[in-house]
Design a protein around this ligand. Structure first.
Ligand SMILES: *Cc1c(COP(=O)(O)O)cnc(C)c1O
Length: 338
């Protein structure tokens, strides 16, 4: 049975985005952040496409995300960003995925296994990672480190913090097979930031992290909703919860099968559009439905309407970040195309 809500996925755009990021990564290998189910698009399908294109390094947040992609790629190419808890050990040892160790406790836990790992160093973001002082104190001694990494806090802005983090990361004395600093925005900062391996997420999926990516990164995810009902709303009558939209004149209204439970959050009320800008959203967004003005068109019950979801534009309209727009896409979409 066909679902009344689809996410059309452009696999060629995904691949083209990865190729552009790989090219911008210079001599560094280009990996892919596929945490949160491939930023909401479907991690398994993303990994399948990108590994065909030549991607060998994949990043997830938690161990529970490894099993979904390990039928597709060798898990020796998977890194788990949140490190290793005691409860993760039995599963972790059945795979060859690597934890990204973030704390001295995690280092102690993993050292006993004598297996390779990755290590995150905090260079100023104060989120995850060992301190520069931990490294100087010898916390990493005796570990077999595949990738030594850090994460940029402000790479999407022209902030002095970028150069400061780059300097702090470059100064770390630790032996590792590879070093990695740049996310999508970091890749745009240039090859002093790309080291041996890059870790883009957002830009793979059509997000524009910085102006350098405009014109190169293509939209990947296209929501499409079916029309459940079409009605004519008389001048002076209202539409939806709170009666917040009152028709100034007779208006043809289509009710689409998408709502805030599908990630189309209430920030789109009175701000979103569908059908390439032709159909403005009217009134509030409901959980499962949204009303759009289709006056002057021949849109009817059962037709499919594209929901405008160019990420920078949809972000400006809704007040949501490009990341939230992707990861908030719910489970009810039939994901097609990858
Ligand atoms: C999520 C994440 C990335 C990818 O970041 P984008 O901004 O989506 O490109 C890279 N590295 C780490 C450590 C992350 O948590």
């Amino acid at each position: 049975m066909d679902d009344p809500l689809r996410l059309r996925l452009d696999g060629n755009a995904l691949t083209a985005n990865w190729r552009w990021l790989a090219m911008r990564s210079g001599p560094a290998a280009c990996g892919a952040a596929v945490k949160a189910d491939g930023y909401g698009l479907g991690a398994r399908a993303v990994v399948r496409r990108l590994s065909l294109a030549g991607c060998r390094d994949f990043f997830v947040a938690n161990w529970g995300e490894v099993a979904g992609i390990s039928p597709i790629v060798p898990d020796s190419g998977v890194s788990v960003l949140h490190g290793i808890r005691p409860d993760d050990m039995p599963y972790a040892l059945r795979t060859s995925a690597r934890p990204v160790l973030n704390t001295p406790e995690q280092v102690v836990r993993w050292r006993l296994t004598q297996r390779p790992c990755d290590v995150m160093i905090d260079t100023g973001m104060n989120r995850l990672g060992l301190s520069v002082q931990d490294v100087a104190d010898g916390v990493l001694d005796g570990l077999e480190i595949d990738t030594l990494m850090s994460h940029l806090a402000c790479a999407d802005e022209d902030s002095p913090m970028n150069a400061a983090q780059l300097a702090a990361f470059s100064a770390i004395k630790a032996s590792a097979r590879r070093r990695s600093l740049a996310n999508s925005a970091g890749i745009c900062l240039g090859n002093s930031y790309t080291f041996d391996l890059t870790r883009p997420g957002l830009a793979l999926y059509g997000g524009i992290p910085r102006s350098e990516a405009v014109g190169h990164i293509k939209q990947v995810a296209f929501p499409e909703a079916q029309v459940v009902q079409v009605r004519c709303v008389r001048a002076g009558d209202s539409v939806g919860y709170g009666a917040s939209f009152v028709a100034p004149s007779d208006t043809d209204v289509a009710i689409l099968n998408i709502g805030y439970a599908d990630g189309y959050l209430r920030g789109f009320a009175g701000a979103g559009t569908c059908g390439q800008g032709r159909f403005p959203v009217l009134g509030r967004v409901s959980m499962d439905l949204v009303a759009v003005d289709v006056s002057g068109s021949d849109v009817g019950e059962g037709d499919w309407v594209s929901v405008d979801y160019d990420l920078p534009a949809a972000s400006a309209a809704s007040g949501l970040s490009q990341y939230e727009l992707l990861t908030g896409l719910g489970a009810r979409y039939e994901r097609r195309g990858f």
